[in-house]
Ligand binder design. Structure first.
Ligand code: BGC
Length: 609
């Protein structure tokens, strides 16, 4: 027996109960063991018996039945709460409230934003879950929608819009699996990807998080992403995917957002059910078919009603008709957002079919209102049991209750060379040649090349939103290769490459054989990127104009999360490339630009020139 048992709480309770002659049946001495000491109240003899829910040889159903039978109402309610990690003021609350899940939102990083810092933080939170009576492990969720993007040093893959341009499910599967490997090795077991929204309005700030405008592509690539994520296995521990945002975000109307800062994100759509099913629900069927563990419901509304409180969409269609066996999570503050009566909002969302509420702040309030709702009969015990069963089923299925046989986290995989090579390949496959009058590919022996533009030498900009910070970052302090560096690496040593941000090459003699402008959008995320008129900035247009004065021909490479209106200028440019938000591996742009690989991408959204 573990010697620490004699100073443990279990031992003190055991002694106290024995002295009081209270019949003592079962004590869990160690929550991480498959065995429990059972003491006979008549003769005081203790022996070791197995705890079914901890026994990996039993089926998930058997383990679930056993665990559910042991849980109190409070423990069940705790499993239904998803808390933003900075809102945990006292980590003992994880045990006190039996909390089931924590989230790091965009930029929700540890003080030490390194792979080791993340692993330490997540494992520390996890250790509090092991102090509970039943030792139910936490889900720790994060947005890893273009690699493990919050972590400094991670591989930053192209955003989904670029993967959509590649149209290649095998590539997407590989990218997702590599991402899951980086995520799992920092102790995290749940990611909020893939985004299976269908982007129809290019003014929306989340276009780049999607695979594009085609529901079929969203479904096929989303399903591949889920397969890749959920197939990674670290000593028996896996990563759960979350298909999001169920459903209809791509059709919200301009001006319908209820947030004063947004125009369209989190807005309302008034489409018919037929259209909702055909365009927006259809991709999610493919997610269900490949066994996605969770689905996140969006912050949007449909015909004025919040989707997160819509029983028809969540329970009738997703769970019953489509056969979704996983659990439903609401989006950030989605249950309470714009609600005056938070008790009523909780009741509506849970009864609609939300299983885990991304509160994400006030778990005490949630716990109180759930207890009240059960006591009042506003939420049934059966609904809570169904939610908790779904959550725990996923926890069992991804191995959270079982020993990690790898028993070691390999922090070296975060940002490792093979993943960077894969990201570079993904960049190559995502590039779309929008226009070419015979200018690209560029010869590596081109004598003189001038490069300009705000996105030429900026890893932050080429990575876009959801990179270290929610709204992305600026500059070259993340590991990776800028597009400028990629161009320099690809051109032959005899070729002279000159760079000037604003295209001011007045001090240099003669014209460049080729001018390459790398221009585009500043990073943004969600509603902050809603934009009535996505265009190039005046500075970028000026830098292109300057470059043109100094070059025989110009190639314009656009770094953006969506099509930009370049109609007034496109005729003046010799070649135009849509590079989307390629991420950390800018070399992939140069690989194609200089002809080592062909252009393969096709437009995932409409782009008029
Ligand atoms: C976004 C989700 C994201 C969640 C957690 C929300 O603001 O809408 O896509 O998964 O935050 O970061």
């Amino acid at each position: 027996m573990d010697p620490s048992f004699f100073s443990s709480k279990s031992f003190l309770i055991f002694v106290a109960c024995s002295l009081l002659m209270v019949p003592v049946l079962v004590y869990v001495f160690r929550t991480d063991s498959k065995y429990v000491e059972v003491c006979d109240e008549n003769n005081g003899e203790c022996y070791s018996a197995s705890i079914p829910y901890r026994d990996s040889k039993l089926s998930v159903e058997e383990r679930l039945d056993d665990l559910m039978g042991r849980m109190t109402i409070a423990e069940k309610i705790g499993q239904m709460a998803l808390i933003e990690k900075n809102s945990i003021k006292d980590p003992d609350d994880i045990a006190k409230y039996g909390l089931g899940a924590l989230v790091s939102g965009g930029g929700g990083k540890p003080a030490d934003n390194s792979p080791a810092g993340w692993l330490g933080m997540v494992n520390d939170f996890q250790s509090y879950s092991q102090k509970t009576r039943l030792g139910i492990p936490l889900f720790y969720g994060i947005d890893a929608n273009h690699g493990h993007g919050n972590v400094i040093g991670a591989t930053i893959f192209p955003h989904s819009i670029g993967l959509g341009a590649s149209g290649d499910p095998d590539l997407v599967r590989e990218v997702a699996k590599a991402t899951a490997e980086e995520v799992a090795n920092t102790g995290i077991n749940w990611i909020y990807s893939p985004d299976m929204d269908v982007a129809l309005d290019m003014r929306w700030g989340r276009v780049y998080e999607t695979f594009g405008s085609d529901p079929e592509v969203a479904g096929v690539l989303g399903a591949a992403y889920i397969e890749g994520t959920q197939s990674f296995d670290l000593g028996g521990q896996k990563v759960a995917a979350a298909a999001k945002h169920y459903v209809g975000n791509g059709s919200t109307k301009w001006g319908s957002a209820m947030s004063k800062d947004y125009f369209i994100d989190q807005g309302d759509s008034d489409i018919s059910e037929e259209e909702m099913r055909r365009i927006h629900i259809a991709p999610f069927q493919k997610a269900v078919d490949v066994g996605v563990k969770s689905v996140m419901v969006g912050l949007n509304r449909w015909n004025g009603e919040k989707v997160s409180a819509d029983k028809h969409l969540i329970t009738d269609i997703l769970k019953e008709e489509m056969g979704f066996q996983g659990f439903v999570v609401s989006d950030w503050y989605g249950v309470y957002d714009k609600e005056s009566d938070r008790y009523d909002a909780t009741v509506r969302a849970i009864n609609a079919g939300v299983d885990i509420a991304m509160l994400p702040y006030n778990y005490k309030y949630f716990s109180d209102s759930m207890h009240k709702a059960l006591a009042n009969g506003d939420i049934s015990q059966a609904r809570v049991d169904d939610a908790v069963r779904r959550i725990l089923k996923a926890k069992f299925e991804i191995g959270l209750f079982d020993e990690n046989t790898a028993d070691v986290y390999d922090l070296e995989v975060v940002g490792c060379e093979p993943h960077r090579e894969l990201a570079r390949k993904a960049v190559r496959q995502s590039l779309v040649l929008l226009k070419n009058n015979g200018t690209v590919p560029i010869s590596k022996n081109t004598p003189k090349i001038f490069v300009s533009g705000s996105a030429a030498d900026n890893i932050g900009k080429q990575s876009g939103g959801w990179t270290v910070e929610w709204q992305g970052v600026d500059g070259n302090w993340l590991p990776g290769t800028t597009i400028l560096q990629g161009i320099k690496n690809a051109a032959s040593p005899a070729s002279k490459v000159e760079y000037n941000l604003s295209g001011d090459f007045d001090s240099l003699e003669g014209l460049a054989d080729i001018g390459i402008a790398v221009v585009g959008e500043e990073p943004y995320a969600e509603g902050w990127g809603d934009n009535p008129n996505p265009i190039l900035s005046a500075e970028d247009l000026e830098s292109i104009a300057n470059l043109k004065k100094h070059s025989k021909k110009i190639v314009v490479i656009i770094i953006s999360g969506r099509p930009l209106d370049i109609k007034p200028y496109a005729k003046d440019w010799d070649a135009i490339i849509a590079a989307w938000l390629p991420g950390s591996e800018g070399q992939g742009v140069a690989d194609v630009l200089f002809g080592d690989y062909a252009f393969m991408g096709t437009l995932p959204v409409e782009w008029e020139l």
